[in-house]
Structures are given as structure tokens and as C-alpha cells.
Write a protein that binds this ligand. Structure first.
Ligand SMILES: C[S@@+](CC[C@H](N)C(=O)[O-])C[C@H]1O[C@@H](n2cnc3c(N)ncnc32)[C@H](O)[C@@H]1O
Length: 214
């Protein structure tokens, strides 16, 4: 089931005015469960996540890391492509990770998807290097994102791919400005070979793609 944008267009601004925004940063309790459910069913969020996964161009044998995976929409799309590889999803909210586990039950059982409850700061993964990494609407929530992206670079193989997605909603912040900011952070973290794509939602979504320098 996908939720009608029209319904959410009314509900979400009201919820945001009553403290609901925090539930999209760190979902907790029943309200966090509702935030996760919305992320897992809202048409625009499904479109945004599937679009980003398509842009990342995941190959069947790839090992992919997703940071701030929420209820696991992109994890499912990544696992559908990395059929001989694997996907690790990380989030600091146990509430949404439970939803991600349910959404990806078969792939988790088959050992193709692993879901890790951890903040991105201080993330310790004892894994082979990843081929690709993804973060959708979460980088702006991380403490010291440049440092986090440098750490992420150490988890990727040389030449590894990354896709960072942002849908800026603050007044006056455009998709171009968001792309410039993400490109600056990635440059600081040692990435290059940039490309930016835009998805025509309201407001527009930007995806910055890059490769780790060898
Ligand atoms: C707006 S939601 C997006 C979720 C998912 N990427 C999606 O598009 O459906 C942001 C997610 O990032 C997670 N998050 C925010 N800050 C984090 C941090 N420092 N470490 C780990 N996860 C974080 C939140 O728990 C939340 O699930």
C-alpha cells in the first residue's frame, strides 16, 4: 500500500509543528513507528529511494552499505540488484530497523542483508571493503558529516561508488545549493568524479554520485 501524497501533504506540516520532525531524525516509540511506517509507504519516499538505487548502478556481485537506512526501502531495492552480493543497512533507531528487518525478511534469512543498529559516528564494521554506499535524506542529520564521510571512505574499496541524496525543505535552500554542499563534503573526504542528478518531486531531490579516489 502506498500513502496518497495529498493526505500526507496535510498531515505532515501539522505533525512537524507539533514536534513530529524529530521522529524522522531518530524514530522512537509509537510516534517513531508511525514515522517509519510513513517512510516505508509514502509514494514520494519510495520513488526517491528506488531512483537513488538505480543511479548507484548496483551490480549482481556488489557489496553495498546504506547509512541511515530507516525502514529499509532502499535496502530491499539494493538487495534485489545485488543478487550474488550483500547489503548492510545501518541506522541508530531500533524502531525503524525492526521495520527494515520485516521488509527484508527473506534476504536477511538468506544472509544477503545484514541490519546493524548503530550511529554512523563510531560505526565499527568488521567487513570486507564495500563496492558502493548510499545515504538518502540522512547526511544532514549526522554530527560532523565531513568526518563521517571520511570514515565511510575507509570502508569502501578504491574506486568505490557513493550516492548521497538530499531533498532540501528549508526556505531558500535549492537543490543546486544542496548538491554543492554535498559535493564539498565529498571532496573533503577524498571523493571525486562527481555527477549530480535531480528528481522532479516537490521540492526537487538531488543525488550526488562520486567515486573514491584510488
Ligand atoms: C529521514 S530518515 C530517511 C530514512 C531512509 N533513508 C529513507 O529514505 O527512507 C533519516 C534516517 O537516518 C537515521 N539517522 C539519523 N542520524 C543518524 C545517525 N547519526 N546514525 C545513524 N542513523 C541516523 C534516522 O534514524 C532515520 O531513520
Amino acid at each position: 500500500m502506498e500513502i496518497e501524497e495529498k493526505v500526507l501533504g496535510r498531515l505532515l506540516p501539522w505533525w512537524a509543528r507539533h514536534g513530529g520532525l524529530a521522529q524522522f531524525h531518530r524514530p522512537t516509540g509509537a510516534a517513531g513507528h508511525l514515522a517509519g511506517w510513513i517512510m516505508g509507504h509514502r509514494e514520494s519516499n519510495l520513488a526517491r529511494n528506488r531512483w537513488a538505487v538505480e543511479l548507484l548502478d548496483v551490480q549482481p556481485a556488489d557489496r553495498v552499505l546504506e547509512l541511515g537506512c530507516g525502514p529499509g526501502v532502499a535496502v530491499a531495492a539494493l538487495a534485489a540488484r545485488a543478487t550474488r552480493g550483500s547489503v548492510v543497512g545501518v541506522d541508530h533507531s531500533p524502531v525503524v530497523l525492526r521495520q527494515a528487518r520485516r521488509r527484508n525478511r527473506a534476504a536477511v534469512r538468506a544472509g544477503r542483508v545484514r541490519l546493524v543498529c548503530s550511529p554512523v559516528e563510531g560505526l565499527a564494521l568488521d567487513e570486507e571493503a564495500f563496492d558502493a554506499a548510499l545515504a538518502v535524506n540522512t547526511v544532514g542529520m549526522w554530527p560532523e558529516p565531513a568526518a563521517r564521510l571520511r570514515e565511510l571512505g575507509r570502508l569502501l574499496r578504491p574506486g568505490g561508488r557513493i550516492a548521497l541524496v538530499s531533498q532540501p525543505r528549508m526556505p531558500g535552500v535549492t537543490a543546486v545549493a544542496a548538491a554543492d554542499e554535498l559535493t564539498g563534503l565529498l571532496t573533503e573526504a577524498g571523493f571525486g568524479d562527481f555527477r549530480a542528478e535531480t528528481l522532479d518531486l516537490d521540492p526537487p531531490v538531488v543525488c550526488v554520485l562520486a567515486k573514491l579516489g584510488s
